[in-house]
Design a protein around this ligand. Structure first.
Ligand code: GLY
Ligand code: MN
Ligand code: MN
Length: 467
């Protein structure tokens, strides 16, 4: 937890930005597995609740009555049976005072607070919910059916939270650096143990253990697969084979729940083949290019497009694409290889604030609507960069057999693609390289003191030390 002044200041700013009404910030509840007492799914506090109320316990709700400048932490104190099984925890009143909140109340008080505010014709602001238990709570409190809650959520509150959480403060950047240091250990461990004969699950499990050992947990389910062309490929019991590539996309959360998110793609044998290098070096060049051109005032949509053009130019040189580069990119032909966006905001959520709706987090009046074209329609960040923003830079080139077949059959972008050559790449897999960029006053830099090797020679030299 940060010092109480941080939370007091954040809530003061939130009150000023929202202006009126009662704000309720729902903390998360436990999520049991198979039976109520099996806390198998790890508890993760809601990030916006954490940002304003700092407490990591389940079953809490933060209430900010803007009109009366009254703040209350709502939650039930645990009873003697809970103490027997789980140990003592601070009372809700103590937890309130630790984050500078003057009042506390049991959960039963929340309905009265909401009823009274609504009877007075005041707005009850809540954020778009993403968990079904929270939706049931909101239905009981406000009488809004879960299917209508995301659209009924407060736009003023959403935009205030996005405004505040987008630019990271020096304190938050320290946390993100801590997460990057754990991420460095995760990825270099993968490079150490990747070898023919080892299962994907073994590597994934070792990497996850590091996140659990040095932070709270991974920042998202680890992607580790020889099928790098599957965007979210979970580690399987498949055995790593010499000659193939393994893609590792993983990150950690610090104890304060700030994230890292990096991807490396490595040769299982420790050495890239020439065919792999030809593609790998294009991804490296795109990755470095994004770092070179990202700075305050530049639209991340333009960085994404610039990377797409560079990738298309290089794929043309390999004979995989053809025709005019600008026309190919305008038609979306590059999405055969890069069917996702260049990056997303990152902070307390690995896809920061995605629950508040990406079209408001990553886009604004100037950059909406987002281009509705396959590939770019997955871009999560398009607006102008500002100092303190943290975004991922994650270009990739994938050979997706089903997509090759689909586009070939329909003739989609056929004038820009060499389908005969693509056919010979169906066994290639996919490559992604990802790092997290902090936008500084006059440019940007990668987060993380130690760079996880990514230039091909550095990856090979690092892996060679462990075989
Ligand atoms: N791991 C998901 C992502 O990189 O966005
Ligand atoms: Mn990632
Ligand atoms: Mn990412």
């Amino acid at each position: 937890m940060f010092s109480k002044d941080i939370y007091i200041q954040r809530r003061d700013t939130l009150k000023r930005l929202v202006g009126e009404g009662v704000i309720i910030l729902m903390g998360n509840n436990e999520s049991p597995c198979n039976y109520p007492n099996n806390g198998y799914y790890p508890f993760r506090q809601d990030s916006s609740f954490l940002y304003y109320f700092g407490q990591q316990r389940d079953g809490l709700v933060g209430v900010i009555d803007v009109d009366n400048n009254r703040e209350t932490l709502i939650g039930n104190d645990i009873d003697i049976e809970d103490i027997v099984w789980y140990g003592s925890v601070d009372s809700v009143a103590d937890m309130a005072s630790q984050v500078g909140v003057a009042n506390s109340a049991p959960m039963s008080a929340l309905k009265d607070i909401c009823d009274q505010a609504r009877a007075q014709g005041r707005t009850v602001h809540f954020l778009p919910p993403y968990r079904h238990d929270t939706m049931i709570q909101l239905m009981d409190l406000l009488g809004i059916h879960p299917s209508k809650q995301r659209e009924a959520a407060s736009h003023a509150l959403r935009m205030a939270v996005i405004t505040m959480r987008s630019a990271k403060t020096p304190l938050e950047i320290e946390e993100l650096e801590r997460a990057a240091a754990i991420g460095y250990r995760m990825h270099t461990t993968a490079m150490q143990i990747v070898k023919p004969g080892v299962t994907e699950k073994f590597v994934g499990g070792q990497v996850d253990g590091i996140a659990h050992s040095y932070g709270t947990q991974t920042s998202f389910p680890t992607i580790f697969s020889q099928h790098g062309e599957i965007m979210h490929g979970n580690p399987s019991m498949a055995v790593l084979e010499a000659g193939r590539l393994a893609l590792c996309d993983c990150g950690a959360e610090t104890m304060e729940h700030y994230c890292s998110d990096n991807t490396r793609t490595m040769p299982v044998s420790g050495k890239f083949t020439q065919r792999q290098l030809d593609i790998y070096n294009i991804v490296v060049e795109c990755h470095d290019h994004a770092l070179q051109i990202s700075r305050p005032g530049v639209k991340y949509m333009d960085v994404h497009m610039s990377v797409c053009r560079l990738m298309t130019e290089r794929l043309k040189e390999l004979g995989l694409m053809r025709g005019d580069v600008d026309e190919a990119v305008a038609a979306g032909a590059h999405a055969m290889f890069l069917p996702h966006g260049l990056g997303h905001m990152m902070g307390m959520d690995v896809h920061d604030m995605e629950g508040l709706d990406q079209i408001y987090v990553g886009f604004d009046e100037e950059t909406r609507p987002r281009l509705d074209q396959f590939g770019t329609n997955c871009l999560r960040m398009g607006r102008r960069l500002e100092e303190g923003f943290v975004v991922t830079d994650e270009p990739g080139i994938y050979f997706i057999p089903a997509l090759i077949d689909d586009w070939r059959a329909s003739g989609h972008c056929a004038e820009f693609l060499n389908f005969d050559l693509l056919e010979t790449y169906k066994d290639f897999g996919g490559i992604r390289i990802e790092d997290d960029i902090l936008i500084t006053a006059d440019g940007c830099r990668f987060l993380g003191k130690d760079r996880i090797p990514y230039h091909a020679a550095d990856v090979e030299a690092y892996m060679a030390q462990y075989r």
